[in-house]
Write a protein that binds this ligand. Structure first.
Ligand code: PLP
Length: 381
C-alpha cells in the first residue's frame, strides 16, 4: 500500500464524496423522534425518485441480498412456480433464494456475456397456459458479467402473462433507466453502496399494489423482513428495528447531490464512462466480454486481457504500482477477466486516470502499445 489515495474503481462499494463522509460523523439520535421521521421521509423520497415510483418504498436493513430475500419471502409461498432468469452469479443467487424458500424454480440460464433472450422468455410464458408461474426473477444489470438486460422488454412479456416481476436492480438503479411504475415492475431492489454514493447497509425495496396483493396470499413465515411491519413503521417515518444511523446521514447528502445533478444526467454520466472505458481498453488490446455496447453494463466493464497476458497480474500491478483498485472475475470468470467499475461518485477524470494507469501497467508487463492510445480513444468520443 502506498501513501497515495487509492482509486476505487469497483462496481460497489464506491468512493464517497467528502460531504457524505463528514455527515457520518454526526452524533447518533433517537430513532423514535420527529427529527428521525423527517430524515426517514427525506430518504424515502430520494429512493422513490431513484426508483421512479409513486408506490411504497420499504427500507430493509442490510446488504442488497437482504432486499432480494425480502422480495421472495413476502410475495410467494412454498411450492409456487417461479421462472428465474440468469446470466451470471447474481441471477443464480436470486433463483437459489427462491429454492431455499421452497419454490419450484425453473431456470433460464445464459452464457457469460449474453443477455436474456426475449423470445425464450416469451416461449416459457406462453407455454404456461394454466398460468402457474407466480413470479419471474430478473437481474437488470448482472454485475459479474457486465451485462445489461432489456428490462422493459422482459417486463412487458411478464405483464401480459400476469405473473409478478421481481427485479434485482442493485447495480442498475441510477445507472440505466428503470422507471418502476411505467414498466410495471412489482418489486425493484436497490442498495445503498452502489449508485447512491453511500456505505453499504441499506436495501430499498419498492412494492407495487400487485405485490401487496401477493403479500396477502403469501404463506411464508417471516418477521424482521416482514413488509407489513416495515410499512406500518414507515407510515410514521420509523424503522421497526434500530437503523444504522450513519448510513441515513450519508444518504441524505448523497441523494441531495444526485437529485441536483438530475435523473437523466446521472444515467448519462454512467453511460459516458462506460463508453470511454470500452474504447480506451480496446485500444490497449483488451477484449470486452460483452460484444454489443447496447447490452453492456453502465456501471462495470468486463474485459479479457490482451492476448498472452494474465488478468490477475494486470490487476495486481495496477494496484501495487498505481494504487488503482479494479475488480477481478467472479465465479467461473475468476482469474480470466478484469472488471473496471464506473459507478457512483466517479467522473471522467477518474476514467482518464484509470486508463492511463492501465496503459502503463500493460506496457510495464511487456505488452507493446502505442503510447497515449487508451486516453486518446476515450477522448475521441
Ligand atoms: C446485481 C447484484 N445483485 C446483488 C448483489 C448483492 O448485493 P450485496 O452484496 O449488497 O448483498 C450485487 C452486489 O454486487 C449485485 O451487483
Amino acid at each position: 500500500m502506498t501513501m497515495n489515495r487509492q482509486l476505487l474503481m469497483l462496481p460497489g462499494p464506491t468512493p464517497l464524496p467528502a460531504r457524505v463522509m463528514q455527515a457520518m460523523a454526526a452524533p447518533l439520535m433517537n430513532h423514535r423522534s420527529q427529527d428521525w421521521s423527517e430524515l426517514y421521509w427525506e430518504i424515502e423520497k430520494g429512493a422513490k425518485w431513484a426508483h421512479q415510483t409513486q408506490h411504497d418504498i420499504l427500507m430493509v436493513a442490510g446488504a442488497g441480498t437482504y432486499g432480494m430475500e425480502a422480495a421472495i419471502a413476502n410475495t410467494l409461498s412454498p411450492g409456487d412456480k417461479v421462472l428465474a432468469l440468469s446470466m451470471g452469479y447474481f441471477g443464480t443467487r436470486f433463483g437459489t433464494i427462491a429454492e431455499r424458500y421452497g419454490m419450484e424454480v425453473d431456470r433460464l440460464t445464459y452464457a457469460q456475456g449474453q443477455v436474456i433472450n426475449l423470445a425464450d422468455v416469451a416461449a416459457k410464458l406462453e407455454a404456461d397456459t394454466a398460468r402457474q408461474i407466480k413470479a419471474v426473477l430478473v437481474t437488470h444489470n448482472e454485475t459479474s458479467t457486465g451485462t445489461l438486460n432489456d428490462l422493459k422488454g422482459i417486463a412487458d412479456l411478464v405483464h401480459a402473462h400476469g405473473a409478478l416481476i421481481l427485479v434485482d436492480g442493485i447495480s442498475s438503479v441510477l445507472t440505466a433507466p428503470c422507471p418502476t411504475d411505467d414498466w410495471h415492475i412489482d418489486i425493484l431492489i436497490s442498495a445503498s453502496q452502489k449508485s447512491y454514493m453511500a456505505p453499504p447497509g441499506l436495501a430499498f425495496v419498492s412494492v407495487s399494489p400487485k405485490a401487496w396483493e401477493a403479500y396477502a396470499q403469501s404463506k411464508l413465515p417471516r418477521y424482521a423482513l416482514d413488509f407489513e411491519i416495515l410499512k406500518d413503521f414507515a407510515n410514521r417515518g420509523h424503522n421497526p428495528w434500530t437503523p444504522s444511523m450513519p448510513v441515513y446521514y450519508a444518504l441524505k447528502e448523497s441523494m441531495q447531490m444526485l437529485q441536483a445533478e438530475g435523473y437523466v444526467q446521472v444515467i448519462a454520466r454512467h453511460e459516458h464512462m462506460m463508453r470511454a472505458v470500452r474504447a480506451g481498453a480496446q485500444a490497449l488490446g483488451f477484449r470486452p466480454l460483452v460484444q454489443d455496447e447496447a447490452n453492456a453494463s453502465r456501471c462495470v466493464t468486463t474485459l479479457y486481457p490482451p492476448e498472452g497476458m494474465d488478468a490477475e497480474a494486470i490487476r495486481m500491478h495496477l494496484l501495487n504500482t498505481y494504487n488503482v483498485m479494479i475488480a477481478g472475475g467472479q465465479g467461473d470468470l475468476m482469474g480470466k477477466i478484469v472488471r473496471i467499475g464506473h459507478l457512483g461518485y466517479q467522473s471522467m477524470a477518474e476514467i482518464y486516470g484509470t486508463l492511463s494507469c492501465l496503459e502503463k501497467t500493460v506496457q510495464e508487463l511487456g505488452h507493446v502499445i502505442t503510447p497515449g492510445a487508451a486516453v486518446a480513444a476515450a477522448l475521441a468520443l
